[in-house]
Design a protein around this ligand. Structure first.
Ligand code: HEM
Ligand SMILES: [Cu+2]
Length: 557
């Protein structure tokens, strides 16, 4: 280790060469706080999300306990409103986005054979500002209670007249701040992917996950600034007496909905595209086949990213737009299902005839495939405007979006964590615990969110804190709460597995799944510089080529 070695901490570098020091808690902490290594930044993003996942989960459990019985007085209406605001805000901005940005941070440079992200300092900045955004949002509790506006913050709920404490200001500021974090991450991904690919890795040869991160980043770039603008307008209304959303003074609640959903709909694709990418890495490796129809998959990703920028008003059918707009937004939304269907069939075609190994990553992928399909179908139902007139703002919608976000984003993310954990830590996660986790989550999930659809059909509106016994909703709410409780052990098992495997896990080796992309070509965990020598790439499966020089892929591509 030379004095100039950047991995040496400040304390160590003051010592004479050759003096070994045992790292203390302070030096380790110092190293993590000051790091600009994309891998450490990535890990911190993922840990941040997991902490917020637990917080958001507790908020959900409290709400479910309140809804267990009719006319329950476990939580009052104010607390309930605050909880669903914080739950949705937390899950979207501080779990979903950072976990995907974190996984992308860790993997993108490794997958394209780069030594780091294009702008490492900006990268660390993005993480810290996301964290501070989260802290700001939660500081709202210090004002006597969190905001009670919903994650979508419909106007005029956010006006001073209806939200008098500073909680709503904390919320808006926190999201402005964390939005800057998302933007820096997006810029960094785009620059990294366009500029730092290993020699020979043309855009047609990048791993599929990298492709989805690229288009997710463009979506962030297009969707987040309007949200920032809209949040700033809330601040102007509240602090400087502007009237953008102040309906009594000529403002427009409708304007907010357009601005919010112009961000909000692409946001849900920001939360699913990287997952499509992870699934597209895992299925081929566990089916021992190349990804079926790479070009079609790539085009479908682009189509989804592009079309989903133009469908936002399917969240607004009930505000009373005109027929033409209803028709356009319904048709455009239905159009998204075509490229999504292409992806689906290509995943199935990749599996078809393959030698499938049902290890933990593939198990979660199967959960993803079966559940996400159903969530997509309820989405298509809701995109049909007359159907939506009936079920908008009901529990059916709550069922739909949890189905896609948990059945899709979360199951896919777990698949990714089980797949890449060995690379990150050098240890395997326990397969036995993975199975327990999977089945608790799978059945708990169905039990939680299935009955919500029925409650919705029976007319139960979302965002209500209680209901009367004679509505016929009780049993469906009880099933849902029971399902939520069934999910609890699943998360506990996961946390235990992730922590305990750091010590007990089987050593993973460089390439435990016999995979083909470059992250598996280096050690587990990779050194801070990733690759001793940047490899030259000839095909989409560079590691296959290295392992099989007699039968390389580039002969066939
Ligand atoms: C073919 C695919 C999809 C279609 C056609 C679709 C359609 C819709 C429609 C029409 C609504 C509005 C319902 C209402 O409020 O009345 C909605 C709500 C929602 N969808 Fe989807 N969806 C699809 C896939 C997804 C995916 C993949 C995600 C996320 C991963 C998602 C997340 C959401 C969320 C979060 C909401 C509720 C937002 C809120 O009101 O709080 N959807 N969807
Ligand atoms: Cu939407």
């Amino acid at each position: 280790m030379s004095l100039a070695d950047p991995s040496r901490s400040l304390e160590q570098s003051r010592l004479p060469v050759g003096t070994a020091t045992r790292p203390t808690a302070t030096t380790v902490l110092h190293e993590w706080i000051t790091t600009v290594d994309h891998k450490r930044v990535g890990i911190m993003y993922v840990l941040l999300s997991l902490v917020f996942l637990v917080i958001g989960g507790i908020e959900a459990l409290l709400m479910r306990w309140q809804l267990l019985a009719p006319r329950s007085d476990f939580l009052g209406p104010d607390t309930f409103n605050q909880l669903f605001t914080m739950h949705g805000t937390t899950m979207v901005y501080f779990v979903g986005m950072p976990i995907l940005i974190g996984i992308g941070n860790y993997l993108v440079p490794l997958m394209i054979g780069a030594r780091d992200m294009a702008f490492p300092r900006l990268n660390a900045f993005g993480f810290w500002i996301t964290l501070f955004g989260g802290l700001l949002v939660y500081s709202s509790y210090a004002t006597g209670g969190a905001p009670a506006i919903g994650w979508f913050a419909y106007a005029p709920l956010t006006e001073r007249t209806f939200a008098r404490s500073a909680a709503t200001d904390f919320w808006a500021l926190g999201l402005i701040v964390s939005g800057i974090g998302s933007l820096t991450a997006a810029i960094n991904f785009i620059a990294t992917i366009l500029a730092l690919r290993a020699p020979g890795m043309t855009m047609r040869k990048i791993p599929f996950f990298v492709w989805t991160m690229l288009w997710t980043s463009f979506q962030i770039l297009i969707a987040v600034p309007p949200l920032t603008a809209a949040l700033s307008m809330i601040m102007l209304d509240r602090q400087l007496g502007a009237h953008f959303f102040d309906v009594q003074n000529g403002g427009s609640a409708y304007l907010w909905q357009h601005l919010f959903w112009f961000f909000g709909h692409p946001e849900v694709y920001i939360l699913i595209l990287p997952v499509f990418g992870m699934v597209s890495e895992i299925i081929p490796v566990f089916s021992r086949k190349v990804l079926f129809g790479y070009e079609f998959m790539a085009a479908a990703t682009l189509a989804i990213a592009f079309i989903s920028l133009g469908v936002w008003s399917h969240h607004m059918f009930c505000v009373g737009m005109n027929r033409t707009l209803d028709l356009y937004f319904a048709a455009a939304s239905l159009l998204v299902s075509i490229p999504t269907g292409i992806k689906f069939f290509n995943w199935l075609a990749t599996m078809f005839g393959g030698r499938i190994r049902f290890q933990s990553p593939m198990l979660f992928v199967c959960g993803f495939l079966s559940l996400f399909l159903i969530g997509g179908l309820t989405g298509i139902m809701l995109a049909v405007a007359p159907f939506d007139f009936q079920l908008s703002d009901s529990y059916f919608v709550v069922g739909h979006f949890h189905w896609v976000l948990i059945g899709g984003t979360l199951f896919g993310t777990f698949a990714g964590i089980f797949y890449w954990y060995p690379k990150v830590t050098g240890r395997m996660l326990s397969e036995r615990l993975a199975k327990w986790q999977f089945w608790f989550l799978f059945f708990g999930f169905i039990l939680t969110f299935g009955p919500m659809h029925v409650a919705g059909f029976l007319g139960m509106p979302r965002r209500i804190y209680t209901y009367d016994a004679d509505r016929g909703w009780t049993i469906w709410n009880q099933l849902t709460t029971l399902g939520a409780l069934v999910q609890v052990p699943s998360y506990a098992i996961f946390v235990y597995n992730v922590v305990a495997s750091l010590w007990n896990g089987k050593p993973a080796g460089d390439d435990p799944w016999n995979a083909w992309t470059l992250e598996w070509a280096t050690t587990s965990p990779p050194p801070s510089y990733n690759f001793e020598e940047i490899p030259t790439v000839y095909s989409r499966r560079p590691l296959w080529d290295i392992k099989h020089p007699d039968d390389p892929d580039w002969l066939y591509e």
